[in-house]
Design a protein. Structure first.
Length: 298
C-alpha cells in the first residue's frame, strides 16, 4: 500500500509539474573551438543550464505538457581561460499553428557578446531584484524574450509583461560594467537594443502585427486559407511603418530571421498583384536579401 501511495504521489507530482512549466528547452554547448581533452566542465554546465531553464516556473500561467514552448539554446564557446568563458549564443523558439502539424518560428536571435565566469558545480540562482552572474542574466533575459513573443502571438500585447521583465534585467545588468552586451548604443542588435525596441512606443505596431500575423493569419489558414493569407499579408504594412520610424530597428532584422522565408511561401499562393506588392515591400525592407524573395517578382 505504501508503495502504491508513493507511486500515485509521484504520478500526480509529474502531472502537476507538466502543467506549470512553460519551456521545453534543448540546451547545447559547443566547445569545439576550445583546445584540451578535459571538457567535463562543459557537460556539467550544459546539464545545469538545461535543468535551470526547464525545471523552473517562469509565469503564473498554466501550461499543459503539449503546450510547453519548444526552444533551443546553443552556446558556442570561443575561448575558456581561468573560468572566464567567451561565447556567443543562438536562441530559437517555435509554436504550433492551430489545427495543423506546422510549427512556426517565433524567435531566432544570435548574440555574439556573451562572456561570463563559471566554476564547475557552481549553483545557478536567480532573484528578481538582483543578478548574480552574467551567465544567468543572459539566459533569463532570453527566457523572457521567448515568453514575450509566444504570448504576443496569442493575444494582443500579451507578451508585454515579459518584455518589461527583460528590460528590467537590462537595467540591472548595466550596473555591472564588466558584463558585455547590455550597453546602450554600443551595438544596434545587442540585448539592450532588442529590449528597448520591444518596450518603446514605436514598437506598438510591431506587436499588433505579430498578433495579427499569427492569430488571424497563420492560425486561420486551416479553416480558411484565403482569409488567413489575406490577414497575414495585411498585417505586414506595420513593417513599412516601423522602417520609416526606425530605419535600423533590430525588430526588422528579427522579422527577417524568423519570418521572411515563411512569408514568401505564404505569398506564393497569393494573387499576382499581391505577389508584386510583396516584392515591393520586401525590396524596401530588405534590399540586400533579394535572392530570398525574388520568386515573387515574376
Amino acid at each position: 500500500m505504501i508503495r502504491i501511495l508513493f507511486l500515485l504521489t509521484s504520478f500526480f507530482s509529474i502531472i502537476a509539474s507538466a502543467q506549470t512549466q512553460e519551456l521545453n528547452a534543448v540546451l547545447t554547448i559547443n566547445s569545439d573551438k576550445v583546445q584540451g581533452s578535459n571538457k567535463q566542465v562543459f557537460n556539467t554546465l550544459q546539464t545545469a543550464l538545461a535543468e535551470f531553464i526547464n525545471a523552473k516556473k517562469w509565469t503564473t500561467a498554466t501550461f499543459a505538457q503539449n503546450e510547453r514552448i519548444d526552444c533551443n539554446f546553443t552556446i558556442i564557446v570561443n575561448s575558456l581561460e581561468n573560468n572566464l568563458f567567451s561565447c556567443e549564443i543562438q536562441v530559437q523558439a517555435r509554436r504550433p499553428v492551430y489545427n495543423s502539424t506546422y510549427t512556426t518560428t517565433i524567435f531566432n536571435f544570435r548574440d555574439t557578446e556573451f562572456d561570463f565566469e563559471y566554476t564547475e558545480f557552481e549553483p545557478l540562482e536567480y532573484n528578481e531584484n538582483t543578478l548574480n552572474s552574467n551567465l544567468t542574466a543572459v539566459i533569463i533575459y532570453y527566457i523572457y524574450m521567448i515568453l514575450g513573443f509566444d504570448f504576443d502571438s496569442f493575444s494582443p500585447n500579451g507578451g508585454q509583461q515579459f518584455f518589461q521583465q527583460a528590460q528590467q534585467i537590462v537595467t540591472l545588468a548595466q550596473s555591472e560594467p564588466s558584463w558585455n552586451g547590455w550597453t546602450a548604443f554600443a551595438n544596434r542588435r545587442n540585448r539592450h537594443a532588442l529590449a528597448t525596441a520591444l518596450t518603446e512606443n514605436q514598437g506598438d505596431g510591431f506587436h499588433t502585427m505579430w498578433y495579427n500575423y499569427h492569430r488571424k493569419g497563420l492560425d486561420e489558414m486551416a479553416a480558411n486559407a484565403d482569409r488567413g493569407r489575406t490577414n497575414l499579408i495585411s498585417s505586414l504594412s506595420a513593417l513599412r511603418e516601423l522602417k520609416n520610424a526606425r530605419p535600423t530597428s533590430v525588430l526588422l532584422q528579427l522579422f527577417s530571421d524568423c519570418k521572411l522565408d515563411e512569408t514568401v511561401a505564404v505569398y506564393s499562393k497569393a494573387t499576382t498583384q499581391e505577389k508584386q506588392e510583396g516584392y515591393k515591400l520586401f525590396s524596401e525592407l530588405y534590399p540586400a536579401a533579394s535572392s530570398r524573395y525574388g520568386s515573387l517578382k515574376n
